[in-house]
Design a protein around this ligand. Structure first.
Ligand code: NOJ
Length: 959
């Protein structure tokens, strides 16, 4: 029996550090039948100058449907004249083109429900429709500034802008949907027919599908045999970006943000990128291997435009990438095991528009509960309720902010989730209440496997109701996980999701088991949901297991984890009479998971290499919508030395999700345990995170509306600056103007930070000026261990709260400081501040405050500056504020605004004034030195202001 790394750790009670995973537990492309077939087809195509795709459209079958934004047509393959396919092309809102291809009246139906889970709603067709132009060789849709060209023979689909091909489907003729067939109807084995076909003989198929039925009907990997009862059903498609030098996305992989070649002249990896959710603890820090989540979304980017492609498939998928012309074009080849072809072409043409287009399909990450942006303290395991109380107290004693204490699997009795181990946790409700009184929360782990024990009510109920995944023989699938013998909940069954919600209900009297020993301050961690099965192939569920609706696990594998996440998040929203924002962390994810909560990068190593890899992974997650992401601070495996721990906290403090976590065999490393001077450094980093919570909340609000990620990589912020296209070790926080480059190497005293524009930047801590340059340049920013390289971009106004307290909820009425980082002219800047109750959904009814701060020169000349606070909410529509027209008009005196009407701006710090201002009696003035070239910026601090956040005001600074 194969044990996972965790089981091995438990069973053998030891682990050597650094922990290394065994790559042979996971398949490579040559070990996977359909991947071999896909790559072989590409090879045959590349080797033949006469290669032609056998797929074509029957022109007479083309039908346009009202409102003129949809087309359907029959497609056939010259290899299999008896098999029919249907092409459906929809032009959607935002100019997105959806291209679907499915077999018609085949022996079976291909899996076609991925869209119903991933998409936020049925996409809306573009109204009032598009102009279709029929031509001899095909049909062309004209809309916005693009054309969608569908060629009949061979079938190709191209997105064209200003005469430039932006995206091309099947341009290289690799499209293939293997039709369902019987075992006896194996294809001809005559490879020699290849030549004959190219010369007009379309009778045979060997040249196309290959010479043998490679891995069609059964496949074996190590000790496991996949029975493959449906036979071959994979599909392949080439998706090319003829004018895009860089591609990004398709998380989750631990590698560079800009994806490197897997085939071709500059091949970096020999394997394709794989999308197949796996439990790979201690993964390789630079690899195309699949990890815990899979999002089949890719950006193509160049200085001219950005486009996206979303290949909505849930089965195992491999993606080859190469550049036909280096620094100019990118070719990709997607090889999927099963399902219909359902591809969305996102026209961009800017990164921000691609984000919004993708968000229109799969939704955005909703505004999280405010506490979730604070610091999370976890380890495997806090062993008792006393331990939890101690941790909380020690944070208090050391004056360290912290919002959440996490409980790993040992809180539960024999890993029967929901059932507290009453020896160690005799008083879970009192424990949670005590934390709540200190403004803190508890997060408890709940995994999707259930101990197969009749004294476990959750398992018994799930079994009685038929909510468990079945094996290929129709029996309940039983495998090994933490509790030993386990069964897995089947969230594809809507009834199972409803029942799951009921378990969390804190006030329902309906039948069924309820988690009574919980509170509305207890939040949830959904782990192991790839799903992880210790004795399964590749540590997961056999592909021939069967889900609700009769679908094989192979069809839905990458969605499984998301449905668990979804069900839990929805359970938390509705567990009391008042809807509250949930917090659920999931390890596994898929397209759309952003709607349900946060994720993290799984079981990393406590090494510098993994610290750096985590940043790249978080950036890549954000590209694909999964913006609420973080990595285990300190590394899951290993015992980081003090220097590494400090740097890791700096990385964590600048990740959307900030949690320290560690393996059960590691030494305790809570920040209060560090010796001086490290302890003070850690305290300062925690305080820095809490000071910047308003910036994080602003960024999350914007992401919740626009889909633009909270952490923005260089190419997203400066899409026309090609020097930044491969930079993935620095990033911007939302639209705040804060630029961060965490240090991820030992013994470093400074960092080289790339500035893309001719703008002035100011060091966050000492206000040193760094001057950017047109065309970009690197500047040296001091970075001794206690300091993370963090810059204000000139032109920004950044709100902070400089009185960090022991938890985020204790800061809700604290005053603000505004830092006005003037742009290079020394006269303008802007920023914003969004606030609401941080807990409920009343913001959707307009209970919020959204302010805009601007600084500009006053009209009467150079010698003065006005800093102004005005109400952004009343000038904007509800759609812009909360992402949907949910309230009619904004009332500046709403209940929340009244609640915080005593909250004021206590000081304004102005950076970059070109001249020394006049002293003014009303202004408590502290100057810096003046000058703009690598010296400290001028800095004017206006203290004791007492102007209210909710009021409109302006302040005049004169000199
Ligand atoms: C695996 C998770 O990745 C890890 O974070 C957790 O501590 C263990 N499971 C135990 O629950």
């Amino acid at each position: 029996m194969l044990l996972s790394c965790f089981a091995a750790a438990l069973v053998f009670g030891q682990l050597s550090f650094p922990f290394a995973f065994d790559p042979s537990d996971f398949k490579t492309c040559p070990q996977v039948g359909f991947c071999r077939r896909g790559r072989a087809l590409a090879k045959r195509a590349t080797e033949s100058s006469q290669w032609v795709s056998p797929y074509s459209v029957r022109p007479e079958s083309v039908v346009l449907s009202p409102p003129n934004a949809s087309l359907s047509a029959q497609v056939f393959s010259s290899l299999y004249p008896g098999i029919r396919f249907e092409l459906q092309v929809d032009v959607l809102e935002h100019g997105i083109a959806r291209v679907r291809l499915d077999e018609v009246n085949g022996m079976r139906r291909r899996y076609h429900q991925a869209a119903s889970w991933a998409l936020v709603a049925e996409p809306t067709l573009m109204a009032p429709g598009v102009v279709w132009r029929f031509e001899e060789s095909g049909i062309r849709a004209l809309y916005d500034d693009v054309e969608l060209e569908i060629s009949y023979a061979p079938l190709t689909v191209k997105l064209i802008r200003a005469g430039r091909e932006e995206l091309v489907l099947n341009g290289r003729g690799l499209l293939h949907l293997e039709h369902f067939r019987t075992k006896t109807a194996a294809p001809s084995t005559a490879l020699s027919e290849y030549q004959a076909v190219l010369h007009g003989n379309t009778e045979s198929n060997g040249w196309f599908e290959g010479g043998e039925a490679d891995g069609y009907w059964e496949e074996t990997f190590k000790a496991w045999t996949d029975s493959k009862p449906k036979g071959p059903e994979s599909f392949f498609i080439d998706i090319d970006f003829p004018h895009h030098s860089h591609v990004y996305g398709i998380p989750q992989h631990a590698t560079s943000l800009s994806l490197r070649e897997t085939t071709g002249g500059n091949q970096y990896f020999s394997e394709p990128f794989r999308l197949y959710n796996n439990d790979i603890g201690g993964y390789d820090a630079d690899s195309p291997m699949s990890l815990y989540g899979s999002i089949p979304l890719m950006h193509g980017h160049s200085t001219e435009s950005t486009v996206g492609v979303f290949n909505l498939v849930a089965s195992e998928t491999w993606v080859d990438i190469f550049h036909p012309v280096l620094n100019k074009s990118t070719a990709t080849h997607w090889i999927s095991e099963s399902g219909i072809m359902d591809i969305f072409l996102l026209p961009g043409p800017t990164p921000d528009l691609v984000f919004t287009q993708y968000a229109s399909l799969t939704g955005t990450a909703p505004l999280p509960a405010y506490f979730a942006l604070g610091y999370h303290q976890s380890r495997w395991n806090y062993i008792s309720s006393q331990d939890v109380r101690d941790v909380s107290r020690r944070f208090d004693a050391e004056n360290m902010p912290m919002d959440v204490v996490w409980l790993d699997i040992q809180y539960s009795q024999g890993q029967k989730y929901f059932i507290w181990d009453n020896q160690s946790f005799p008083d879970p409700v009192e424990m949670a209440d005590e934390l709540a009184a200190a403004g803190r929360k508890v997060v408890a782990i709940i995994d999707p496997h259930l101990k197969t024990s009749n004294d476990y009510p959750i398992f018994s109920e799930a079994q009685d109701k038929g909510f468990l995944v079945k094996d290929a023989e129709g029996e309940i699938f039983v495998g090994q996980c933490w509790p030993g013998s386990s069964a897995w909940l089947d969230f594809f069954n809507p009834q199972c999701q409803n029942w799951w919600r009921g378990i969390f209900s804190l006030n329902s009297t309906a039948d069924g088991w309820r988690w009574a020993e919980s509170t509305d301050n207890t939040f949830i961690w959904n782990d192991m949901n790839e799903p992880s099965v210790f004795n399964g192939p590749e540590l997961t569920m056999p592909k021939d297991s069967v889900h609700y609706g009769g679908w094989e696990h192979r069809d839905v594998h990458n969605i499984y984890g998301m449905l668990f996440h979804k069900a839990t998040a929805s359970a938390l929203v509705h567990r009391t009479g008042t809807m509250k924002r949930p917090f659920v962390l999931s390890r596994s994810f898929y397209a759309g998971s952003q709607r349900f909560g946060a994720i993290w990068t799984g079981d990393n190593l406590g090494t510098w290499e993994h610290m750096a890899a985590g940043i790249r992974m978080i950036l890549s997650d954000g590209i694909a919508g999964m913006t609420f992401s973080g990595s285990d601070v300190g590394g899951f495996f290993g015992n980081p030395d003090p220097e590494m721990l400090v740097r890791w906290y700096q990385v964590g403090a600048f990740s959307p999700f900030f949690r320290a976590h560690a393996h059960i065999d590691t030494k305790r490393r809570e920040p209060y345990l560090s010796a001086e001077p490290y302890r003070s450094m850690l305290r300062d980093i925690l305080k820095l995170r809490y000071s910047l919570l308003p910036v994080w909340y602003n960024a999350f609000r914007e992401a919740s509306v626009s889909g633009i990620p909270v952490l923005r990589p260089q190419y997203v912020v400066f899409p026309k600056d090609s020097h930044g296209f491969e930079i993935d070790d620095q990033f911007y926080i939302g639209g705040s103007g804060l630029l961060v480059k965490p240090v991820t190497l030992p013994h470093v005293e400074s960092a080289e930070v790339y500035l893309a524009d001719d703008q002035v930047y100011y060091d966050y801590f000492d206000h040193q000026v760094h001057q950017g340059a047109m065309g970009g340049r690197y500047v040296t920013v001091s970075a001794p261990l206690a300091k993370v390289p963090l810059l204000y971009r000139g032109g920004s106004i950044v709100p902070t709260r400089l009185r960090p307290r022991l938890s985020s909820s204790l800061m809700k009425k604290d005053p603000f400081t505004l830092t006005v980082a003037l742009d290079k002219t020394g006269s303008t800047a802007s920023g914003e501040l969004y606030l609401d109750d941080g807990e409920t959904y009343t913001f959707e009814q307009g209970e919020l405050v959204w302010r805009k701060f601007i600084a500009y020169p006053s009209k009467d000349g150079q010698a003065s500056l006005i800093v102004q606070n005005h109400n952004l909410a009343s000038h904007t529509s509800a759609r812009d504020i909360v992402g949907g027209a949910k309230f009619q008009f904004y009332d500046g005196k709403n209940a929340y605004a009244r609640e915080i009407d005593s909250v004021y701006v206590e000081q304004i710090i102005i950076l970059g004034l070109k001249e020394e201002p006049k002293r003014d009696l009303e202004i408590d003035y502290r100057g810096g030195s003046y000058g703009m070239n690598n010296v400290l910026s001028s800095s004017l601090t206006i203290k004791n202001l007492g102007v209210r956040v909710v009021d409109d005001w302006q302040i005049l600074v004169q000199w």
